[in-house]
Each structure stands twice: as structure tokens, then as C-alpha cells.
Design a protein around this ligand. Structure first.
Ligand code: NAI
Ligand code: MG
Length: 359
């Protein structure tokens, strides 16, 4: 049975960077006989322009029937005046919820060739390679009741609710422990159990699930301390697991330790490791159409896809090594360029990775 990948290039730089990722993946597909087939569909602003909705039913059906989704990015100034319900970003949120992609994996890796891109001292960040696992479909971003009401005294009150069921915590726990097993068997669960009852439950379920993974060393940390530790001594972490909002904030801190938004991939998985893979950056309308965007975040997202959905760690490592080789050869897109390096276009960077793979 061939394995199907839904390819959603999206808007802005999306089509440019996805083309490079497909170039790399197509080569490996043939070279390693991976049995992957690709099918394209519209999402976001491009889908709105064609069908009047950012997530057409045909696109959603394709994603549901595929084993994995590769996404570029959505959105841009052209669609900003639209009502929220049909904004390009809704297309993404729709896929996440329809496919039940509750486990969001955000690695923060600092490549040794780019150590100057970080604002932190080299000794603090060099060799950084951590993974944040963020619960993506529950917690305060979705909890009811929510809204802004007028209270009895006539004053307005705003309300959001942080709510997690045992089963929601258990499934993200299993996801995180399994990832820790594939890495260095160290997991830090981040909560605010000293103040929030919901995270007291979070902590106890994490501990309970941890008994099923005796090879993984579990620790707990309060979120305020975790924010401090991430900038003080980030290398103490390997895998971090946390709730939706804490993960949103901590993963952005971790990403910026590496200093380069064009380098960071992500994955969003369901309970069967089916997933959507995408760079963490957006559609970069300011540089779209110029052929200068960095495709490495998207290429590295494909490596994550091979590792987590298709269980092909060897193919994933080949891509990651090829990215390293390309950076060693001093080629740089504009966003990571520094003096003495060789400036290349989006496709120039894709070619450098491809040549390293063929090498
Ligand atoms: P952005 O991530 O698109 O861009 C931020 C800055 O980083 C820009 O200066 C951009 O040129 C640069 N940049 C981003 N990716 C790059 C790459 N691969 N190579 C070189 N430079 C890169 O964020 P921004 O500007 O806030 O949002 C632009 C649009 O993207 C908005 O419509 C936003 O809603 C959407 N967006 C979509 C996301 C997604 O599809 N997952 C995520 C974030 C934003
Ligand atoms: Mg964010």
C-alpha cells in the first residue's frame, strides 16, 4: 500500500518552500523506495480565492485520507479584511481539530554553523537540541465558559476556562513519553501545580503514566521557573511536555534561543502518529515571490514526518545530515547570511541539501 501525503502549499512563501521540501523528499522516496505518493490541494487564502472557504471539503477529505499532511504556510495582507470565520488561518485550525492533532512537537535546535544567530552566549546555547511537546486541542484556548459578559453590578468581565480531563492529559503524556524514548529518555513536565488545581491533576496523571515508561526519567517544573531556566541554562532540558497555553509561550522562547525562524520545523500528531508537518514560521508576505525564503524549516519538517509518522529514522537522519552538510558548505539564504558566507536563493538551498543527499 502506498502511503499518501497531502501537500498543502498555501500562501505567500508557502509554494516556494514546499517545492524544495518535495524536491528533497521525492529523491529519498525513489532512492530508498519509501512508497510515498503526493497529492496537492488548496488551503488558506489560495483556497478562499478559488472556493470562498479557507478549508474546502475536498482538501479536508484529502487530509483525512492521507497518512500525513505537509503544509507550507497560510495568510497574508490580502485576506486580512475578511471576517474571522473565513480567514486563511481558520483553514489550519480546522485541520488541527478535524484530525484531532492534539500533540504539537516543536524542536529547538541550534546548528553549530549558526551559533552567532542566537542572542545568548555560545556556551549557553551551543549544541542546543530540545523538544517541546505542547497539548494543542484542549486547555484554556478551548475551555467553556468563555467570553465577555456584563456582570450583575454592570461591570464587564472577561472569562476563559482552563480545563483538562484525565484522558486528555493521559494521551499527551503517552505521546511525550514515547518521544522521550526516541530521544534521551528525559522528560520534564511543566505545570503550575502550586496554584492551579487543573495542573495538580496534570502532574498526578503524568506521574501515573510515567510508571509505564520506567526507562524515561520524569521531572516536574513550575512554568515560571521553566521560562527562566530556558534562557538561563536551556541545555538542561531534553523533552518538555506542557499544556496548550504554557506550550505556546515556552515554545516561542525556545525557538528564539536559536535565533532563526527559517530553520525550525514542527509536527502535530494524533493518537496514531498521523500528523501535519509545517515550518513554525508564517507566509512571510514581505519576501514572498522573491525566491529568497529559507526552505530548511520545511525540509526539516519532512524529516520529522519520516521519523514520527512513517517510522523511517534512517531517512530522517539522512535529511538532517544533509542540512548540516549544506550549512558546512557555507551556503546561506538571506535570513541566516553573515559575512564570508555564500548567499543562495530558496532553490539554491534546496539544491545544496539535495546534492548533499546524493553526495
Ligand atoms: P512570519 O513568520 O510569516 O514572518 C515573520 C518574519 O520572519 C518576516 O520578516 C519574514 O520575512 C521572516 N520569515 C519567516 N519565514 C521565513 C523564511 N522561511 N525565510 C526567511 N525569512 C522568513 O510571521 P508574520 O509576518 O507575523 O505573519 C505573516 C502571515 O503569516 C500572517 O498572515 C500570519 O497570520 C501568517 N502566519 C501563518 C502561520 C502558519 O501558516 N502556520 C504561522 C504564523 C503566521
Ligand atoms: Mg505562538
Amino acid at each position: 500500500m502506498p502511503k499518501k501525503i497531502a501537500v498543502l502549499a498555501g500562501d505567500g512563501i508557502g509554494p516556494e518552500i514546499v517545492a524544495e521540501a518535495i524536491k528533497v523528499l521525492s529523491f529519498l522516496n525513489t532512492n530508498m523506495n519509501l512508497g510515498l505518493v503526493f497529492e496537492n490541494a488548496l488551503i488558506g487564502g489560495a483556497a478562499y480565492d478559488a472556493f470562498g472557504t479557507p478549508l474546502p471539503q475536498t482538501t479536508l477529505n484529502l487530509c483525512k485520507n492521507a497518512d500525513a499532511v505537509l503544509l507550507g504556510a497560510v495568510g497574508g495582507p490580502k485576506w486580512e479584511p475578511l471576517a474571522h470565520a473565513v480567514r486563511p488561518e481558520r483553514g489550519l485550525l480546522g485541520i488541527r481539530s478535524e484530525l484531532n492533532l492534539f500533540s504539537n512537537l516543536r524542536p529547538a535546535i541550534l546548528y553549530p554553523q549558526l551559533v552567532d544567530a542566537s542572542t545568548l552566549k555560545p556556551e549557553v546555547v551551543s549544541g542546543l537540541d530540545i523538544m517541546i511537546v505542547r497539548e494543542l486541542t484542549g486547555g484554556i484556548y478551548f475551555g467553556q465558559p468563555r467570553g465577555v459578559h456584563v456582570a450583575e453590578n454592570g461591570e464587564k468581565v472577561g472569562i476563559n476556562t482552563k480545563i483538562y480531563s484525565e484522558s486528555e492529559i493521559r494521551r499527551i503524556a503517552h505521546s511525550a513519553f514515547k518521544i522521550a524514548q526516541k530521544r534521551h529518555k528525559k522528560l520534564c513536565s511543566v505545570d503550575k501545580a502550586n496554584v492551579l488545581e487543573v495542573t495538580e491533576l496534570w502532574r498526578s496523571v503524568m506521574t501515573e503514566v510515567g510508571k509505564e515508561y520506567p526507562d524515561v526519567q520524569l521531572s516536574h517544573m513550575y512554568v515560571d521557573n521553566a521560562a527562566m531556566q530556558l534562557v538561563r541554562a536551556p541545555k538542561q532540558f531534553d523533552v518538555i511536555v506542557t499544556s496548550n497555553m504554557f506550550g505556546d509561550i515556552l515554545s516561542d522562547i525556545a525557538a528564539m534561543l536559536t535565533g532563526s525562524i527559517g530553520m525550525l520545523p514542527s509536527a502535530s500528531l494524533d493518537a496514531n502518529a498521523k500528523g501535519m508537518y509545517e515550518p513554525i514560521h508564517g507566509s512571510a508576505p514581505d519576501i514572498a515571490g522573491q525566491g529568497i525564503a529559507n526552505p530548511l524549516a520545511t525540509i526539516l519538517s519532512v524529516a520529522m514526518m519520516l521519523r514520527y509518522t512513517f517510522n523511517q529514522p534512517e531517512a530522517a537522519e539522512r535529511i538532517e545530515r544533509a542540512v548540516n552538510t549544506a550549512l558546512d558548505s557555507k551556503v546561506r539564504t538571506a535570513d541566516i547570511y553573515s559575512e564570508g558566507m555564500i548567499k543562495v536563493s530558496t532553490s539554491g538551498m534546496g539544491d545544496a541539501v539535495l546534492n548533499a543527499l546524493k553526495g
